[in-house]
Design a protein around this ligand. Structure first.
Ligand code: NAG
Ligand code: NAG
Ligand code: NAG
Ligand code: NAG
Ligand code: NAG
Ligand code: NAG
Ligand code: NAG
Length: 897
């Protein structure tokens, strides 16, 4: 084949592939556009500001607008405001341009203060989304143009015309959605109450989740498999996932530049690499030059080591590239000729070794694209580490930049756009109490466990383009996708929680072999005193890596272990392994005792961070309460500990997540566990104080308002530009409101049994529902004037207990207009019991239907008709005049749906 025909064939193959991809994608995204979905195309709400000569002609005050640059060099720009965070592929309709070509500069930001230059500082080595928050587009003709890189989250978009003396008229700008489209207000779960701020919070939590829900096959593959080789699209980057533990090796491959050139990398993992950029003879950037760059995820992102000229490489021709790296010696040959032989610099960072393991990566700058084929990697002894012609469908997946095979929940919509198992501890409940689209949880959990080491540990960090592995546990996969021990434990607890809410036993069975291996992997961490210690220091980080490695007897690791062993016990029982279930419980019990014996500080009255790290941590103590460890110190100790936490961690109106530990910020993620611990300890006062303090500021319109919750909150008015302002782990307020305030929680798998126990605070009413496998469970309660009314709609195949603690002295209960004595044995009408315990009045309901329940002091007269929130009326003929402790049962009707 001549080069011209070969190029034509390549282009054809490529355009067919891209067309196929777009069709598939559209089919999927457009698939279920019912009325409950948000529009697929998200348009701005208003023009926020303009600068220079800008004409806004449209009746809507936005479109069309014209940016007009005179010759002075003052550039015209416009800032569009979408009113809240939106996500997707940017699209533009250009009505006209005054000359061709012209250039526009488009920037994106979640927050207003950072709109001019974009807001993200982040540089992962594997990515199939648009990393750049500033794009320069060259427009040659008017018409529609769309971009193929997802911009994961922004409220603001700024467009500036760069060409002096030119003008452009734009008739529409928008984003094509790349997220789950169901309108948050139409989610399966629902919540509203007498406090509008909480209603806003609940919806914002769901919106935060939605921005992070990626439907299957939504991510556009960065590398495209063709029978000519692997096509590296502009602006994408991938790393051979199974090679991240390699250190010294020789690599060879062939490449053909489509546009300008390509980059390849050695010692590449998800955090750092040594990158070599090849530029063609007539490249638009650094023509005919080869550059060696140290690249890393965090600042400094790129450091130039070395550059030299290339032997006139042109586009559209295959070249053979050979590189060898041995300790710090790095050589590159092209078509057999040595290009350079250099020594890589020693690391100047005492914490980062000069030789970091990593495999082979490929990437293209925005101005580059290329094909690669015939990849071969050998180790120093000549053994083949990997060999692949790169012409099969699998190739793109091997580099972690295929499309996403399953539905997943990301950590943050803008950053990191990774799946993190630890985040599921909040994102899971947030999903179960709202959309109940449970395949998003099983997809997220399943893809993590599909990467399992022989030791049993499973991945805690997955990129959106990673394939779902089907191989047996393997040591081909290495750090950094195995993040930390606490995240490995989170997988176990999150799978048990998934099972509790969904009832999906088949998923548990499918995972069970892997889970058993994971469960036992933690035995290797037990020291002679029985407590767990991080053996591999690289895995001792936790949710806030800047805190550093948590070496030694790390308390939260031990608490999470005890909790995970209880989860493991539930799962073992579910698959019929009752002996194992018992074994795991014994492990949990003994760890709980050890934590109290050895990791509690009697001076401060709190659990220590670790025996090597001082300070007070919100998470350690909240987990101590949630795990039941704190209450082993005495019936009231949880409540006492909450008071101590408040004394120590509340600073002004803010709850800090650490004190005296070298970090000072508010964590909505950890505050979820803290508030849950307070509700579980019947400390509504404390729980509502956390909710008000942590989440309220994010609901207020301002420069950082995105209608979603932030990853962390800096104390003070200024938030960091690279903070994620839509982080799923911060949406925990929604499950808190549904689970504790509305009061619904499953106590047995798939809601076969449940408890409804409202914790009302000062609210006068709340209503809402949760989705269960057999329909909705709805609750509607109102609380005032010593009358507590609640309507519970029980779905089929489920039974539960309504616990009313509001009117502890109540002596009268009416259910569906019949009055019952407290303590009476009821065995019909779906009511199994009405009793008074230390928890309050407990009413057992064991049949589906609708139950209107009222509890009050006797006698009750005038309150029989009670207007509750939303204006509807709970009707009742609850007119019995009773003397205290006298019981009248008057059966009027029982409703069964
Ligand atoms: C507005 O344009 C002027 C002149 O180009 C420039 O100096 C100024 O920084 C711009 N302001 C904003 C907010 O972009
Ligand atoms: C190439 O390296 C030289 C120093 O060795 C440096 O001055 C120059 O800026 C580099 N050029 C590019 C385009 O990186
Ligand atoms: C660069 O060179 C290739 C062939 O060597 C040619 O096809 C292409 O048009 C050139 N591009 C530019 C911008 O000159
Ligand atoms: C690796 O490449 C170097 C050249 O840089 C060569 O000397 C060595 O023999 C190669 N090793 C193997 C095993 O091919
Ligand atoms: C921890 O990571 C460093 C740097 O990547 C590596 O050199 C070391 O071998 C790792 N330690 C263990 C125990 O895996
Ligand atoms: C674990 O401890 C609890 C009480 O702390 C006890 O009821 C239970 O029997 C223990 N289970 C095992 C397996 O030791
Ligand atoms: C436990 O706490 C409750 C409420 O906070 C209080 O009424 C009770 O007296 C406390 N009991 C003990 C033993 O401190």
């Amino acid at each position: 084949m001549t080069t011209t025909t070969s190029r034509a064939v390549l282009c054809l193959v490529l355009s067919v592939l891209v067309a196929l991809w777009v069709n598939l994608n559209e089919m999927f995204v457009n698939g279920d556009s019912s009325i409950a979905d948000l529009p697929l195309v998200q348009k701005p709400k208003s023009v926020l500001s303009v600068n220079g000569s800008v004409t806004v002609a449209g009746a809507d005050g936005m479109f069309p607008f014209t940016l007009n640059n005179d010759m002075s060099g003052n550039l015209a720009s416009i800032v569009l405001d979408y009113g809240q965070n939106v996500a997707g592929f940017p699209m533009f309709d250009i009505a006209s341009i005054s000359q061709s070509p012209i250039e526009i500069r488009v920037s994106y930001s979640e927050s207003l203060p950072n709109i001019k230059d974009g807001d993200m500082l982040f540089n992962p080595m594997i990515r199939a989304f648009d990393l750049d928050r500033v794009n320069i587009h060259t427009i040659e003709i008017a018409g529609h143009f769309d971009t193929n890189g997802i911009q994961g989250a922004q409220r603001y978009q700024r467009i500036e015309l760069l060409t002096v003396g030119a003008s452009i008229t734009i008739s529409s700008v928008s984003f094509t959605s790349a997220i789950y489209t169901r309108d948050p207000s139409q989610s399966n779960g629902a919540f509203s109450c007498s406090n509008e701020v909480y209603n806003k919070m609940w919806n914002m939590g769901v919106r935060t989740l939605q921005l992070n829900m990626v439907p299957p096959r939504t991510v556009q593959p960065g590398f495209i498999s063709t029978d000519q080789g692997l096509y590296i699209s502009p602006g994408t980057a991938g790393v051979f996932l199974k090679g991240m533990s390699w250190i010294n090796y020789n690599v060879s491959f062939s490449t053909l530049f489509m546009k300008n050139g390509i980059s390849f990398a050695i010692r590449s993992n998800d955090y750092s690499e040594t990158r070599v950029t090849l530029n063609s003879l007539n490249s638009s950037h650094n023509p005919n030059m080869i550059q060696v760059i140290s690249a890393q995820e965090l600042y400094p992102y790129e450091t130039l080591y070395y550059n030299t000229s290339l032997p006139n490489l042109v586009e559209n021709q295959w070249y053979d590239v050979f590189a060898s790296v041995n300790q710090l010696v790095f050589k590159v040959y092209i078509d057999g000729a040595l290009i350079f032989d250099i020594n890589l610099p020693q690391s100047t960072n005492p914490y980062i070794p000069s030789v970091v393991p990593g495999g082979v990566g490929f990437s293209a700058k925005k101005y580059q694209s290329a094909f690669i084929k015939n990849l071969k990697v050998v180790d120093v002894s000549g053994s083949i580490l990997h060999q692949d012609p790169l012409t099969s469908k699998q190739s793109a997946h091997d580099f972690g930049v295929g499309t996403n095979p399953v539905a997943v929940i990301l950590d943050g919509a803008k950053r990191d756009r990774n799946v993190w198992s630890g985040d599921l501890l909040v994102a899971g409940p947030l999903l179960y109490y709202s959309y109940y689209a449970n395949e998003y949880a099983s997809g997220t959990l399943g893809i993590c466990t599909s990467y399992q080491l022989k030791s049993g540990f499973v991945s805690s960090r997955i990129g959106t383009g990673f394939p779902y592995q089907t191989i047996d546990p393997s040591d081909d996969f290495v750090t950094p996708i195995f993040y930390s021990y606490t995240y490995f434990l989170a997988s176990l607890s999150a799978i048990e929680e998934y099972y509790l809410y969904s009832g999906d036993l088949s998923f548990v069975k499918e995972q069970w072999t892997r889970l058993k291996l994971l469960i036992n992997a933690f035995d290797s961490l037990k020291g002679s005193d029985g407590l767990l210690q991080g053996v591999n220091p690289n895995w001792t980080y936790d949710f806030y890596p800047s805190l550093g490695m948590l070496l030694g007897r790390f308390t939260k690791l031990n608490i999470q272990y005890a909790m995970a062993m209880e989860s493991a016990s539930v799962l073992a029982k579910a698959v019929g392994e009752t002996n194992l279930a018992e074994t795991y419980l014994i492990r949990a019990n003994s760890t709980k005792q050890l934590v109290n014996e050895k990791l509690f500080d009697t001076n401060s009255g709190t659990y220590i961070i670790s025996d090597q790290k001082s300070g007070i941590a919100q998470d350690t103590n909240a987990f101590a309460i949630l795990s039941g460890i704190a209450s082993l110190r005495g019936k009231n100790f949880s409540s006492t500990l909450l008071d101590t936490m408040k004394d120590q961690l509340k600073s002004g109106s803010n709850y800090l997540t650490f004190k005296n530990a070298g970090a000072s910020f508010t964590s909505p993620y950890i505050s979820y566990f803290h508030a849950a611990a307070a509700f579980e300890s019947n400390r509504e006062d404390h729980a509502f104080d956390i909710i008000n303090s942590v989440w309220t500021p994010m609901t207020v319109e301002g420069p950082y308002f995105t209608n979603a919750f932030w990853e962390s909150i800096e104390i003070g008015a200024t938030q960091s530009a690279s903070n994620s302002f839509a982080h799923a782990w911060s949406g925990g307020v929604s499950p808190l409101l549904s689970k504790y305030v509305l009061g619904i929680r499953p106590t047995s798998t798939g809601y076969s049994e449940w408890v409804v126990k409202p914790q009302t605070g000062s609210l006068t009413w709340a209503k809402g529902a949760v989705q269960t496998p057999n329909g909705k469970l709805s609750v509607y309660w109102s609380n005032s004037n010593n009358l507590f009314s609640i309507t519970v709609e029980v779905p089929p195949k489920s039974k539960g207990t309504v616990v009313l603690q509001q009117i502890s002295s109540a002596s009268c209960v009416s259910i569906n207009s019949k009055v019952y004595s407290i303590g009476s044995t009821v065995g019909n009408g779906g009511i199994s019991k009405i009793s008074k315990t230390t928890n309050g009045i407990e009413i057992g309901l064991d049949y589906y239907g609708s139950y209107q329940i009222m509890a009050s002091n006797c006698p009750i007269t005038s309150q029989s008709k009670k207007v509750v929130g939303g204006g509807s009326v709970i009707n009742s003929s609850f007119m019995a005049i009773l003397s205290l402790d006298v019981i009248i049962i008057s059966i009027l009707s029982v409703l069964f749906i």
